[in-house]
Design a protein around this ligand. Sequence first.
Ligand code: CP
Length: 294
Amino acid sequence: MIMQHLVSMEHLSVEEIENLIQKAMQYKAGEAVPNLQGRYIANLFFENSTRTKCSFEMAEHRLNMKQLNFESSVSSVQKGESLYDTCRTLQSIGCDALVIRHEQNHYYEALLNMGIPIINAGDGSGQHPTQSLLDLMTIYETFGRFEGLKVVICGDIKNSRVARSNFHSLTALGANVVFSSPDVWKDDSMAADYVELDDVIDEVDIVMLLRVQHERHDGNAQGFEKADYHRQYGLTEARYAKLQEHAIVMHPAPVNRDVEIADALVEAPKSRIFEQMSNGVYIRMAVLAEILKG
Ligand code: CP
């Protein structure tokens, strides 16, 4: 079945996830990539982004697609045009697919019957499916499996679309996921156990750190000083030293150095942070090729 949209990891089967990871790994290994010459795409980012926006652009270039230059700050959105009308306009003038990041959870629901593929590049605190897929690819490259892996996702769970997407997909793939978080950022809509990081640090295969999302905290530091957060919930050098030999460290980035992770550990041997970013290009190529293959 051809994938029409990619808006949530909850809409992908295990088989579809595995297929996208295999495709991305083939592209990374240098196998031929599809030529999507003559296909047009627009990247609509209503929230800031470096990695997701640039790696979609890189993926589109590598597939030989043409991009329409859309900048919300100088678009008719500033005159009050709705997201629906903006997308309908881009479809009318010949776009074949839209990549969208928007601050509103589930913004995509109003767009799914428009007749143009929607690829969710992050909706509020909802989902970030291509981040989840690139995280899964990075895990698969390291371990060659998901079944039975022990994963701790640590930090701002409540505001994190990465936590939501990865909790769902890792659990579906057979991993055991626990959360570690200050009370204020716990989210009981996901059925994971909460643990102290120090109680599991020497048992887990994967430590997945989350960015403290100041922009979603209404300007309120929520009781944490940088150093306090790092001491209680961050990956310190002392915690890193307790990790199993084969364990890896992940973070979707951008990283707040010395908050979620000690500065010296960002590029430590167990860190996969920059590998995650590299893999993002191949995963986004696989998603675009799959959605546009019709
Ligand atoms: N990981 C991630 O989504 O980064 P950006 O916000 O820079 O796209």
